[in-house]
Ligand binder design. Structure first.
Ligand code: GRF
Length: 214
C-alpha cells in the first residue's frame, strides 16, 4: 500500500477525489496525511472528518525563508511514512531542494494541457487564445513551475460561449478522473521516467477528436 501525502491550499476537491479513490476496495494507495500551508484551507475540515491526519505548515511563519518552510513541510510529511506527495491546488512554488528530496515521487495536477498555459488563470488564457481544446495534466514536478514529465492528460473542448467558470468546471470534472487514475498507476509501479518522459505499462491508445466538427 503506497502511503501518500496530499498538499493543499484551498478547496481541496482534487484531494477529495484522491481520498475517495483510496477508500475503494483494493485501491493500492492510502492517504496518510493532508497538509496545508494555509490554516483556513476548506479541504482540511473535510479531510479531518474522514479521519485522515491533517496538519498546517504555515509559510507565513517562515517569512522569506523558503527552505526553512520546506524543511518543516518535509518533516511533517516524513512523520507519516509517506512515499509519494501529491500537490492538489498547493499554491507555493517549491525550491530545487524540496523537488530533489522528492524527485519522481512528487506529482502535481494543472488545469491546462501543458506545456500550454502554465501559471495562474489558465482557463481564461485558453479562452483568450482561442484554443480549441484545453484540459488537465498530471505530471511529476520539477523546479520550473508547471513543468515535468507528463503522466496523463485529459482534453476537453473549449466552446464558443465558454466563460472562465464554465471551462474550469468542464476541466475539473476530468481532473477528478485523471488524478486518481495517475495515482493508481504509480501505486501499481507502472509509471517510469526515462529521459524526462513518462512511460506507463499496459495502457491503451485513445481515439483522436476534432473541435469544431461538421
Ligand atoms: C485545480 O484546478 C488544480 O488543477 C489546480 O488548482 C485547482 C485546485 O482545486 N492546481 P481544488 O482545491 O483541488 O478543488
Amino acid at each position: 500500500m503506497l502511503k501518500v501525502a496530499v498538499l493543499i491550499s484551498g478547496r481541496g476537491s482534487n484531494m477529495k477525489s484522491l481520498v475517495n479513490a483510496c477508500q475503494q476496495e483494493g485501491f493500492p494507495a492510502q492517504i496518510a496525511c493532508v497538509i496545508s500551508n494555509k490554516p483556513e484551507a476548506q479541504g482540511l475540515v473535510w479531510a479531518a472528518e474522514q479521519g485522515i491526519p491533517t496538519a498546517v505548515v504555515n509559510h507565513r511563519d517562515y517569512g522569506k525563508d523558503r527552505e526553512a518552510f520546506e524543511k518543516a513541510l518535509h518533516a511533517e510529511i516524513t512523520k507519516h511514512g509517506v512515499r509519494l506527495v501529491c500537490l492538489a491546488g498547493f499554491l507555493r512554488l517549491l525550491t530545487p531542494w524540496f523537488v530533489t528530496q522528492w524527485l519522481d515521487r512528487l506529482v502535481n495536477i494543472h488545469p491546462s494541457l501543458l506545456p500550454a498555459f502554465p501559471g495562474l488563470h489558465v482557463q481564461q488564457a485558453a479562452i483568450d487564445y482561442g484554443a480549441r481544446f484545453s484540459g488537465c495534466t498530471v505530471h511529476f514536478v520539477r523546479s520550473e513551475m508547471d513543468h515535468g514529465p507528463i503522466i496523463v492528460q485529459a482534453a476537453v473542448p473549449v466552446l464558443a460561449h465558454d466563460t472562465e467558470d464554465t471551462l474550469a468546471a468542464r476541466i475539473l470534472e476530468f481532473e477528478h478522473k485523471i488524478y486518481p487514475q495517475a495515482l493508481r498507476w504509480i501505486a501499481e509501479g507502472r509509471v517510469n521516467v526515462h529521459d524526462e518522459k513518462c512511460f506507463i505499462a499496459d495502457v491503451n491508445a485513445p481515439p483522436s477528436t476534432i473541435n469544431p466538427c461538421s
